[in-house]
Write a protein that binds this ligand. Sequence first.
Ligand code: ADP
Length: 303
Amino acid sequence: MGVVVLGSINMDLTTYVPRLPAPGETLFGSSFITVPGGKGFNQAVAAGRLGAPTQFIGRIGDDTFGKGVLALVANEPVDISGILVDPDSGTGLAVISVDEAAENAIIVISGANMAHDGREVTRTRQALQPASVLLLQMESPLEISLAAAKAARDRSATVIFDPAPAQALPPEAYQLAHVMTPNELETEVLVGFRPTGQAEAAKAAEILLERGVDTAVIKLGAQGVYYQSSSDSGFVPPFRVNAIDTVAAGDAFNGGLAVALAEGRPLAEAIRWGAAAGALATTKPGASSAMPTRAELEALLAI
Ligand code: ADP
């Protein structure tokens, strides 16, 4: 039982500005917040808030931002004892500007997230139990994530691979992923065309299955989500919500999907959980701060 997330953790330094600055320009911003982020940690917060025992495995630097991250993440229902403090790297940072039209510009400094090595694999293996779900993304070294995926398969755990940010993958990645969850853009990078509707999503899913994935989940943003395995397929239309900020909808989706699978729910239901969690995340600003609670998810699923 439970969810293990191996991946990135950042301090997000977010400035709110009237408009994004032009090259060479100095602007006065209206406010500034620091919030923990990183796809890995966002997904861990989603899984934790949705009620699964959740462990996050990752790395920060021995610096002020690292101490700040640890102080802030202590408030989340996530076991963070698997975060290693690396004296040789800086804490991952995302320097974000958000303008009044909700347009953003982001610079990521990976730092300690890209210094993962065999120690992350060992800590992931220790965290995994037979019914666990392991969640992986692409903001930390791929070879370490794939070694962790092998360890998960050895322990009969389920591997969910979110191929984000978009990047081409080696054949092994498809063979090790039980479930792969690309959005439209990531699907395009993987299969060579962007799915604009259900029919194209089905074609893309077919290609991912041929490459070795057991279940392909094509996230289509505000259009919903298509899924296909060898025995089941379907489309989940979007839940109707008042979307104000779509940042981290995909992270919430993965958290919801992982919790449902860790609870032994059937695939079709697990996809609905993911879609509901993704929809709820669009109703709040920010990344980890926008992750829904179990009560919010159950209320939306009951409508
Ligand atoms: P990503 O953040 O990886 O780009 P998506 O934008 O595809 O991911 O969102 C993930 C899932 O969240 C979608 O498949 C959908 O189920 C849900 N979702 C996203 N945007 C909306 C929206 N505006 N309304 C309702 N559901 C949404």
